[in-house]
Design a protein around this ligand. Structure first.
Ligand code: FAD
Ligand code: SIN
Length: 531
């Protein structure tokens, strides 16, 4: 058993920001299942929403966030995250983050601000179109400077150790985590009084997603198994504009492209967003994604088109170098032709329910970043509010966990026991199940839902769950098997939450109940495992 003052699971913006602060106070393990940089954070394009301009105000950012959230945001969470943003951004800049600047006519320089859907002002700080990669590099560079931090790459968290599971008679709390060393194939036990889950989202539960392969919803599934409350999993955000190309199914075309004037066209070249919302391409994401879905179904075409070729080529190459190069690599020149795009699963608005300091309902366990549900996003996240939330909550969780330090619970934790069967043929079945889950979630639990489709999904997931459980108990654990187990759990949480919300709100749209029903559903969906 290895003992640390803090265990952080995940190495995106939330986990690394927490780890860098915590290292000032004690020993920190950063457990991450791939390379440190592999994360949703590293893929973020548009940037970080934050009030830094004199023409903007906290009140306006708060209002935009609340409008996008369709009545389900927790106002106090929104207020705190928005107002604490500038200080956290200043901290990130102090660490070396090179946000883009622009020169004013009088020669002074100021931060260059992008615009995205649902924002009433330009307020998105960015580094070209690869903001997340620059943030990740900035934070990773600082990790090496801290002797207190042990980075455990290729280590996958399996399950939390809790007092209840171990049969302790004391109040339930998180005591640490089992971690699979993917290289050795062995499970280690890590012990800490403060365990922070920062494992990001669950895009991989869908067939088409903007997320990288690490986004399999592990943190939510682990927290669920440990008995923590899970909130709002029906609100999965589909990004309207993912590149449509057979060789690049998960490459995002940033909303910032629409912010700089990009327009959406149907297969016949008609600008269709005018039919759907007065804000057209800059309506909030739920509206734009649904409009694209409707246009594709109406015309039978496989994609729509995003056209920004009216902007000067030099501007596009400087502002969107990654998107320009990637599209060009696939034979599409965005400076002279429209980009084919489709919606894809992008962001998990719900997650492990926390308070404003990242504390979950399980003492000793904190959740920060995309894995958490703080109340900021409600039924639909405002673009670029996620990186901001990760930064602010990492700081708040650090403050709370160090302020409230309980005397350590001394206990020996049992070693992991695993099934012994190793059968390579069976691994093929694991992959088939993985594909089946992702396809059925795409077909039945996508942008537009119905009761019938959700029930079908629930039935199929029930069968898959039983099969996966059998594998899990009998076979030696592998990362693939653990991810499959987590995917089926998270898919089930999404479907159960969606079935329970008999209305349409934000990202949850069902043909059977197409209107909002405030009288019955102006509340979060909370699920908690019964023991
Ligand atoms: P992540 O950055 O996803 O990090 C999670 C980490 O946990 C990873 O290191 C992963 O390997 C690790 N992990 C997962 N499971 C385990 C496990 N079982 N054991 C050990 N480690 C594990 N948001 C914005 O605000 N602005 C944007 O411009 C923006 N653009 C985006 C573009 C794309 C293409 C995508 C996919 C997302 C974008 N988002 C954006 C959303 C935002 O990037 C994420 O919500 C945010 O980065 C999440 O940060 P995080 O620290 O919570 O998790
Ligand atoms: C984008 O650049 O379009 C992504 C922004 C976000 O998801 O917040």
């Amino acid at each position: 058993m290895k003992v640390f003052d803090f265990i952080v699971i995940g190495s995106g913006i939330a986990g690394l920001s927490f780890a860098l602060r915590a290292a000032e106070k004690g020993s920190v393990a950063v457990v991450t299942k791939g390379r440190t940089e592999e994360s949703n954070t590293a893929r973020a394009q548009g940037g970080v929403a934050c009030v830094v301009s004199a023409e903007d105000s906290f009140a306006m950012h708060i209002e935009d966030t609340l409008v996008a959230g369709a009545g389900l945001c927790e106002e106090e969470a929104v207020r705190r995250i928005v107002t604490e943003g500038p200080e956290r951004i200043a901290g990130l800049i102090a660490l070396g983050m090179p946000f883009d600047e622009r020169e004013l006519p009088d020669g002074r320089r100021e931060l260059d601000l992008g615009r995205e859907g649902g924002h009433s002002k330009r307020r998105v700080l960015h580094f070209q179109d690869s903001t997340g990669s620059a943030i990740e590099k900035t934070l990773v560079a600082k990790l090496a400077e801290h002797p207190n931090i042990t980075v455990m790459e290729n280590h996958m968290a399996v399950d939390f150790l809790t007092a209840r599971k171990l049969g302790h008679s004391t109040e339930d709390r998180c005591l640490g985590v089992y971690v699979l060393d993917e290289t050795l194939g062995e499970v280690e036990t890590l012990r800490s009084d403060v365990t922070v889950v920062a494992t990001g989202g669950c895009g991989k539960v869908y067939l088409y997603t903007t997320n990288p392969s690490v986004a399999t919803g592990d943190g939510v599934a682990m927290a669920w198994r440990a008995g923590a409350a899970i909130a709002n999993m029906e609100f999965i955000q589909f990004h309207p504009t993912c590149l449509f190309h057979p060789d690049a199914r998960s490459f995002l075309i940033s909303e910032a492209v629409r912010g700089e004037g990009g327009v959406l066209l149907d297969a016949g070249g008609r600008r269709f967003m005018e039919d759907h919302h007065p804000k057209r391409e800059l309506a909030s994401r739920d509206i734009v994604a649904r409009a694209i879905d409707a246009e594709m179904k109406k015309s039978g075409s496989q994609c729509v088109y995003l056209d920004i070729s009216h902007q000067p080529a030099d501007f596009l190459k400087a502002r969107f170098p990654t998107i320009y190069e990637t599209c060009l690599g696939h034979g599409i020149d965005m400076t002279s032709e429209p980009i084919p795009v489709v919606p894809a699963a992008h962001y998990q608005c719900g997650g492990v329910k926390t308070d404003l300091d990242g504390e979950t309902s399980l003492p000793g366990l904190y959740a920060i970043g995309e894995v958490a549900c703080t109340g900021l996003h409600g039924a639909n996240r405002l673009a670029s509010n996620s990186l901001l939330e990760g930064l602010v909550l990492a700081h708040r969780a650090f403050e709370k966990s160090t302020r409230n330090r309980q005397p350590s619970v001394h206990c020996d934790l049992p070693e992991w026991r695993s099934g012994q069967v190793k059968d390579v043929d069976e691994l093929v079945v694991v992959y088939h199940n993985w594909d089946e889950i992702r396809r059925l979630m795409w077909d039945y639990v996508g942008i537009v839902r119905t009761d019938k489709r959700l029930q079908r999904a629930a039935t199929r997931l029930g069968n898959l769950r039983a099969e996966v459980q059998e594998f899990y108990w009998n076979f030696t654990v592998t990362a693939e098997l653990l991810e499959l187990r987590n995917l089926v759990t998270v898919a089930t949480l999404i479907v159960d939450s969606a079935i329970s919300r008999k209305e349409s709100r934000g990202l949850h749209f069902t043909l059977d109940y197409p209107e909002k029903n405030d009288a019955a559903y102006l509340r979060e969906t909370i699920l908690r495992r019964d023991y």
